[in-house]
Design a protein around this ligand. Sequence first.
Ligand code: MSP
Length: 519
Amino acid sequence: MSKMFYITTAIDYVNGQPHLGHAYEKVITDVIARARRSLGQDVFFLTGLDEHGQKVQQAAQAEGKTPQAYCDGLAADWLAFAQKLELTNNDFVRTTSARHKEFVQAILAKLHAAGEFYTATYKGFYSPKEETFLTEKDRRPDGTFDPAYGQVIELEETNYWFKLQAHQQWLIDYIEANPSFVQPDYRRNEVLGFLKNNTLEDLCISRPLARLNWGIPLPFDKDYVTYVWFDALVNYISVPAAHGDAAVLATTSGYQPSTINSQLSLWPADIHVIGKDILKFHAVFWPIMLKAMGLPLPKQILVHGWWQKDGAKMSKSTGNVVDPVAVINEWGVDAFRFYVVRELAIGPDGNWTDAGFKSRYQAELANGLGNLVNRSLSMLKRYRNGIVPTRHDELAPDAAKVIADTKALLEQSDLQGALQSIWQLVNRANQYVDQTAPFKLAKDPAQTQRLDEVLYNLVESCRVLAVLLYPFIPQTAAKIFTQLNASGTPDKFSAATWGGLQAGHAIGDPAPLFPRKDV
Ligand code: MSP
């Protein structure tokens, strides 16, 4: 079984409803997954939920529910959300599932037996909100801790620790030798800067049961549960293990997959898509955990920025949140997917404004793509009874360039660049309508052949565009294919080759793709 292209998202904390930030990450990952499938790769796309930890325990308590009942209720909402976004994930992990918990315990047992853990008593500061220990170095210049840590308490506690320091130089060398391991480059430099300027402190991997019971019990000490990050990161391999991935199972003899449904070859992951706030966990702790387990590292950690709304942090208390479900209900899932990918490259921070969203909808979707498809198909209907004329190649070179550029950009996960490239063809074809003025040609019997040529170039451009756009706006791509009555589906990039529409083919009925709205 040849290795699949394995791509993951971060798994979301299940202590509230999904927001724009969660939606963005899942959409960009889905676009990459769909693009790779379209380009002919076998893809496995994993997303899911991070359900353990203090915050969940407290939120459940506040609602008078058991943590599991609380998680089950919210998990249903998050699953529905994944569908609303049109995600094509192949599995959905929940860290409270038996398959995940058993695997985490097998890993813990293995690392414990290998002497990777030790116990030590810690006395110092702790942030219950962030579930993290703090040191003097974490104090701000005025002596206080960042409000993000919430109330900081003093604590004395014995725990299990994972040895990190011995691997510090190895990790620096690895990241220097593998420039694409962390992308974009400035995130890679951030990790290298951190590793070169700090001595890595060992990672506390347990929490005493007396303080936190909503976690996976350590298999070698019943008085403790696993620290939530040690549990969460392992999802990237627990799911492959559950599917019988030989590379992962080879290192965890204690684990027997019970939910095995096929033999998949997944690990190492090709891309972990994550937000900038969890870079250290993925680019420092996770590689060292994998090294200790004897597993190869993921090929890439692709780090996206954070969305704000109207230039400010999104926060429920101030009311400036973007509710992706409300946007999708009003404008359609493709408009949402298009906006977030087109507006923000994968890397920098972004800013959502309702005005910006509406303006891209009007200009690029309704007046750009929608208008092109609608007038091209309507003219073919009106002037040629919907029958495709003889092939003509006037726009073929423009299309060929856009196809080649888009392919290269998709292979680099430059999704914003790919949309910009595709819109060169949208704009070129719209300009072609204005230049050739088919409505005038139609009035002149001497221009019959010229009108045939123009109409062919337009409808064939629409067909090629549907294929190029499929990973981004799949519903729209399907609608264009339906309106063209084109054979097959738009999900194979190889179909983006000029000349697919045959002379004599009868198209279907045109209908507006993006209804204009009074805004
Ligand atoms: N559970 C951890 C991740 C464990 S991965 C093994 C977590 N969960 S989270 O729900 O807080 O965040 C999930 C993802 O959403 C993260 O990648 C995070 O960066 C992303 N985002 C959360 N808010 C965001 C924005 N405002 N904008 C963009 N992405 C943001 O961290």
